[in-house]
Design a protein around this ligand. Structure first.
Ligand code: GAR
Length: 193
Protein backbone atom coordinates (compact mmCIF):
# COMPACT_ATOMS: atom_id res chain seq x y z
CA UNK A 1 0.00 0.00 0.00
CA UNK A 2 1.57 3.30 -1.02
CA UNK A 3 1.16 6.29 1.13
CA UNK A 4 1.81 8.99 3.47
CA UNK A 5 2.79 12.51 3.02
CA UNK A 6 2.91 12.66 6.78
CA UNK A 7 0.10 15.17 6.71
CA UNK A 8 -2.84 12.90 7.28
CA UNK A 9 -3.37 9.43 8.59
CA UNK A 10 -5.41 6.63 7.06
CA UNK A 11 -8.79 6.28 8.66
CA UNK A 12 -9.21 2.86 10.25
CA UNK A 13 -12.09 0.93 11.77
CA UNK A 14 -11.31 -1.79 14.32
CA UNK A 15 -13.68 -4.76 14.62
CA UNK A 16 -13.83 -6.56 17.98
CA UNK A 17 -15.92 -9.19 19.75
CA UNK A 18 -14.45 -9.39 23.23
CA UNK A 19 -11.82 -7.98 25.58
CA UNK A 20 -10.26 -5.62 23.09
CA UNK A 21 -6.68 -5.68 24.34
CA UNK A 22 -5.46 -5.52 20.74
CA UNK A 23 -7.86 -2.64 20.18
CA UNK A 24 -6.30 -0.82 23.12
CA UNK A 25 -2.79 -1.33 21.80
CA UNK A 26 -3.87 -0.14 18.35
CA UNK A 27 -5.51 2.97 19.79
CA UNK A 28 -2.37 3.83 21.75
CA UNK A 29 -0.24 3.25 18.67
CA UNK A 30 -2.57 5.33 16.50
CA UNK A 31 -1.94 8.31 18.73
CA UNK A 32 1.81 8.25 18.12
CA UNK A 33 3.33 10.45 15.45
CA UNK A 34 4.74 7.53 13.47
CA UNK A 35 1.38 5.77 13.17
CA UNK A 36 0.05 5.67 9.60
CA UNK A 37 -3.51 5.20 10.89
CA UNK A 38 -6.04 6.96 13.04
CA UNK A 39 -8.98 5.04 14.45
CA UNK A 40 -12.36 6.61 13.89
CA UNK A 41 -14.73 3.70 14.33
CA UNK A 42 -15.09 0.61 16.50
CA UNK A 43 -17.42 -2.11 15.24
CA UNK A 44 -18.67 -5.08 17.20
CA UNK A 45 -21.14 -7.95 16.94
CA UNK A 46 -21.31 -8.15 20.74
CA UNK A 47 -23.05 -5.46 22.76
CA UNK A 48 -21.36 -6.82 25.90
CA UNK A 49 -17.81 -6.74 24.52
CA UNK A 50 -15.52 -5.43 27.23
CA UNK A 51 -13.46 -3.72 24.58
CA UNK A 52 -16.31 -1.26 24.00
CA UNK A 53 -15.15 0.52 27.17
CA UNK A 54 -12.16 1.77 25.18
CA UNK A 55 -14.55 3.56 22.83
CA UNK A 56 -15.76 5.58 25.81
CA UNK A 57 -12.31 6.11 27.31
CA UNK A 58 -10.78 7.31 24.06
CA UNK A 59 -13.94 8.93 22.68
CA UNK A 60 -14.13 6.87 19.53
CA UNK A 61 -17.42 6.22 17.77
CA UNK A 62 -18.73 2.68 18.37
CA UNK A 63 -21.36 0.69 16.51
CA UNK A 64 -22.98 -2.59 17.50
CA UNK A 65 -24.48 -4.94 14.92
CA UNK A 66 -26.59 -8.06 15.29
CA UNK A 67 -24.99 -10.80 13.23
CA UNK A 68 -28.02 -13.06 13.56
CA UNK A 69 -29.02 -11.20 10.41
CA UNK A 70 -25.56 -11.19 8.90
CA UNK A 71 -26.43 -9.89 5.45
CA UNK A 72 -28.26 -6.93 6.91
CA UNK A 73 -25.53 -6.29 9.49
CA UNK A 74 -22.86 -6.25 6.80
CA UNK A 75 -24.94 -3.92 4.63
CA UNK A 76 -25.31 -1.49 7.52
CA UNK A 77 -21.61 -1.74 8.40
CA UNK A 78 -20.60 -0.94 4.82
CA UNK A 79 -22.78 2.17 4.91
CA UNK A 80 -21.23 3.24 8.21
CA UNK A 81 -17.71 2.64 6.89
CA UNK A 82 -18.50 4.78 3.86
CA UNK A 83 -20.05 7.50 5.98
CA UNK A 84 -16.90 7.65 8.11
CA UNK A 85 -14.59 7.48 5.07
CA UNK A 86 -12.87 4.40 6.45
CA UNK A 87 -9.88 3.28 4.38
CA UNK A 88 -8.65 0.27 6.30
CA UNK A 89 -10.24 -2.34 8.58
CA UNK A 90 -8.33 -4.06 11.40
CA UNK A 91 -9.97 -7.19 12.75
CA UNK A 92 -8.84 -7.59 16.36
CA UNK A 93 -10.46 -10.55 18.06
CA UNK A 94 -13.50 -10.26 15.78
CA UNK A 95 -15.06 -13.71 15.97
CA UNK A 96 -17.48 -13.56 13.04
CA UNK A 97 -16.64 -14.61 9.53
CA UNK A 98 -17.22 -11.85 7.01
CA UNK A 99 -18.88 -12.74 3.72
CA UNK A 100 -17.05 -12.82 0.42
CA UNK A 101 -19.06 -9.88 -0.85
CA UNK A 102 -18.21 -7.77 2.21
CA UNK A 103 -14.52 -8.59 1.82
CA UNK A 104 -14.63 -7.75 -1.89
CA UNK A 105 -15.92 -4.31 -0.99
CA UNK A 106 -12.69 -3.71 0.94
CA UNK A 107 -10.35 -5.84 -1.13
CA UNK A 108 -6.78 -5.77 0.17
CA UNK A 109 -7.76 -3.38 2.93
CA UNK A 110 -8.78 -5.76 5.70
CA UNK A 111 -6.19 -7.10 8.14
CA UNK A 112 -6.55 -9.71 10.86
CA UNK A 113 -4.46 -10.91 13.77
CA UNK A 114 -4.50 -14.62 14.58
CA UNK A 115 -2.93 -16.36 17.58
CA UNK A 116 -0.89 -18.99 15.74
CA UNK A 117 1.94 -19.28 13.27
CA UNK A 118 -0.25 -19.46 10.17
CA UNK A 119 -0.72 -21.49 8.04
CA UNK A 120 -0.72 -23.70 11.13
CA UNK A 121 -3.81 -23.81 13.33
CA UNK A 122 -6.36 -21.75 11.45
CA UNK A 123 -9.71 -21.27 13.17
CA UNK A 124 -10.49 -21.76 16.85
CA UNK A 125 -8.79 -23.45 19.84
CA UNK A 126 -5.36 -22.72 18.41
CA UNK A 127 -3.47 -22.97 21.71
CA UNK A 128 -4.95 -26.32 22.73
CA UNK A 129 -4.22 -27.73 19.29
CA UNK A 130 -0.60 -26.48 19.30
CA UNK A 131 -0.07 -28.04 22.75
CA UNK A 132 -1.71 -31.32 21.69
CA UNK A 133 0.72 -31.54 18.78
CA UNK A 134 3.64 -30.93 21.18
CA UNK A 135 4.83 -27.94 19.17
CA UNK A 136 7.97 -26.23 20.43
CA UNK A 137 6.84 -22.85 19.15
CA UNK A 138 3.59 -21.06 18.54
CA UNK A 139 3.04 -17.36 17.95
CA UNK A 140 0.90 -14.82 16.17
CA UNK A 141 0.33 -13.65 12.63
CA UNK A 142 -1.00 -10.49 11.02
CA UNK A 143 -2.37 -11.19 7.56
CA UNK A 144 -4.63 -9.81 4.87
CA UNK A 145 -8.18 -11.10 4.97
CA UNK A 146 -9.54 -13.02 2.01
CA UNK A 147 -12.71 -15.08 1.77
CA UNK A 148 -10.75 -18.19 2.83
CA UNK A 149 -10.51 -18.35 6.62
CA UNK A 150 -7.13 -17.24 8.04
CA UNK A 151 -5.51 -17.80 4.64
CA UNK A 152 -4.66 -14.37 3.18
CA UNK A 153 -1.11 -13.15 2.55
CA UNK A 154 0.98 -13.01 5.70
CA UNK A 155 2.36 -9.59 6.64
CA UNK A 156 4.31 -10.40 9.82
CA UNK A 157 4.67 -13.13 12.42
CA UNK A 158 6.23 -13.45 15.86
CA UNK A 159 7.33 -16.76 17.33
CA UNK A 160 6.70 -17.60 20.96
CA UNK A 161 8.42 -20.50 22.70
CA UNK A 162 6.17 -23.10 24.27
CA UNK A 163 7.30 -24.30 27.70
CA UNK A 164 6.56 -27.77 29.03
CA UNK A 165 4.36 -26.30 31.74
CA UNK A 166 2.31 -24.11 29.38
CA UNK A 167 -1.47 -24.46 29.41
CA UNK A 168 -3.78 -22.99 26.75
CA UNK A 169 -4.33 -20.09 29.12
CA UNK A 170 -0.66 -19.34 29.84
CA UNK A 171 0.21 -19.69 26.16
CA UNK A 172 -2.63 -17.38 25.12
CA UNK A 173 -1.34 -14.79 27.58
CA UNK A 174 2.24 -14.96 26.30
CA UNK A 175 1.10 -14.74 22.69
CA UNK A 176 -1.31 -11.88 23.36
CA UNK A 177 1.56 -9.83 24.73
CA UNK A 178 3.38 -10.29 21.43
CA UNK A 179 0.21 -9.54 19.44
CA UNK A 180 0.14 -6.07 20.98
CA UNK A 181 3.54 -5.33 19.44
CA UNK A 182 2.99 -7.16 16.18
CA UNK A 183 -0.14 -5.39 14.93
CA UNK A 184 1.41 -1.90 15.01
CA UNK A 185 4.57 -3.26 13.35
CA UNK A 186 2.51 -4.85 10.60
CA UNK A 187 0.73 -1.55 9.94
CA UNK A 188 4.04 0.27 9.74
CA UNK A 189 5.27 -2.37 7.32
CA UNK A 190 2.37 -2.23 4.88
CA UNK A 191 2.25 1.54 4.81
CA UNK A 192 5.96 1.98 4.25
CA UNK A 193 6.01 -0.22 1.15
C1 GAR B 1 -6.49 -12.46 20.28
O1 GAR B 1 -5.63 -13.45 20.76
C2 GAR B 1 -6.67 -12.61 18.78
O2 GAR B 1 -5.51 -13.02 18.10
C3 GAR B 1 -7.72 -13.68 18.73
O3 GAR B 1 -8.63 -13.36 19.76
C4 GAR B 1 -7.92 -12.67 20.80
C5 GAR B 1 -8.62 -11.36 21.08
O4 GAR B 1 -8.08 -10.73 22.19
N1 GAR B 1 -8.35 -13.73 17.45
C6 GAR B 1 -8.79 -14.84 16.90
O5 GAR B 1 -8.71 -15.93 17.43
C7 GAR B 1 -9.40 -14.66 15.53
N2 GAR B 1 -9.48 -15.91 14.84
P1 GAR B 1 -8.40 -9.19 22.48
O6 GAR B 1 -9.91 -9.02 22.38
O7 GAR B 1 -7.90 -8.97 23.88
O8 GAR B 1 -7.68 -8.36 21.45
Amino acid sequence: MVLSTGLSKFKAAVFISGTGSNLKSLIRFSKTKKSPISISLIVTNNSKAKGLDFANTYKIKKKIYNFKKKKLAEKKILLELKKNKIQIICLAGFMKILSKSFINNFKGKILNIHPSLLPKYKGLNTHQRALDKKEKYSGCTVHYVTSKLDSGKIILQTQVKIDKKDTPKSLAKKILKQEHKLYPKALLKIFSL
